[in-house]
Design a protein around this ligand. Structure first.
Ligand code: SAM
Length: 298
């Protein structure tokens, strides 16, 4: 039924086992973002030994591979978990060259207690936004329980989807279609959010309050760092395709939710501005006001 509201038991909205397009998009996003993510993770690995590390929602293991390439000598064991069997398979294959790695298919909402902690570093990226809001505090508490009482640290990276905007770097102005593109992005986020009952507009303030409430149950000291507006420059055609691929992968749920709400917006019309990027245009998409949370047990 198109207008059936998904519950908190919904599958992950971009289930990659049925969707290779989404897999390609995630791989591309990783190649754009990982240098930035690695730079904020780095200090927690530096000059440390025998670290037990857990990545939650590791996807296809792209970030894990970069982390292990840079820090394997600091790590004694690395665990990655994800709910999606296709991603787990990919990650297992990708990381098989490391002996210290264990990848498991686990649902962060219900199965965290199957993990044997404690961990010195736990991190996740782009996960909370996909969870039902009313479960986030509970999930954070379960994560905090897995942290080593001796300075275990949890790092969480989420983005603020409200901050999407496009500029043309060469001409220092918005490209002609920018405002339509920004508006489309917002419409699509909103429709997906309604459809799945999730909140794609997790603001830094909202995430901060979940963290504060969960941390207050433990003896955690933490800080929320707004990393500033993170800018991704889309220069190649492949990179620009990531944006359109993203929409392709969201197409079915989006159309369903637009129909459910009797909204006559034509999906392909919404997509047009993205296809309209000229091949030689150097577009900077400012879409991540990154919120990096680091919480430490002491
Ligand atoms: C946007 S992707 C991010 C993947 C990876 N963290 C990255 O940065 O590339 C979200 C990931 O969360 C996983 N996921 C969603 N819901 C989950 C759940 N309840 N338990 C575990 N993983 C989940 C998805 O399968 C997907 O791999």
């Amino acid at each position: 039924m198109p207008n059936e509201k998904h519950t908190s038991n919904s599958k992950y909205m971009y289930d990659t086992s049925a969707n290779t397009v989404e897999e390609v998009r995630l791989a591309g996003l990783n190649s754009l973002h990982n240098p930035h993510t690695l730079s904020y993770l780095k200090p927690y690995f530096h000059n440390k030994n025998n670290l037990r590390v857990l990545e939650i929602a590791c996807g296809g293991g792209y970030l894990a591979e970069n982390v292990l390439d840079s820090h394997s000598r600091n790590i004694s064991s690395f665990t990655g978990i994800d709910i999606d069997p296709a991603q787990v398979k990919l990650a297992t294959h990708r990381l098989s060259k490391y002996h210290t790695v264990n990848i498991a298919k686990l649902d962060v909402l219900t199965e965290l207690e199957q993990l044997e902690g404690p961990f010195d570093i736990i991190y996740c990226r782009w996960l909370l936004v996909h969870l039902p809001k009313d479960k986030i505090e509970e999930v954070l508490s379960a994560i905090f329980k897995l942290l080593s009482p001796e300075n275990g640290v949890f790092l969480c990276d989420e983005c603020d989807n409200r901050k999407v905007s496009f500029i043309n770097r060469t001409e220092h102005r918005a490209p002609p279609q920018a405002s339509i593109a920004t508006k489309s992005w917002k419409n699509i986020s909103k429709a997906l959010m309604t459809h799945f009952g999730n909140d794609l507009e997790l603001t830094p303030e909202k995430i901060g309050s979940y963290f504060d409430r969960a941390a207050s149950r433990f003896h955690m000291s933490g800080k929320t760092t707004l990393e500033g507006q993170y800018q991704v420059t889309l220069e190649t055609k492949e990179q620009k395709n990531l944006i359109t691929l993203g929409y392709e992968s969201s197409k079915e749920p989006l159309i369903q939710s637009l129909q459910a709400f009797n909204n006559k917006v034509d999906f392909l019309e919404l997509m047009k501005p993205f296809y309209a990027c000229r091949e030689d245009e150097d577009i900077q998409i400012k879409f991540l006001l990154e919120t990096v949370m680091s919480f430490q047990r002491s």
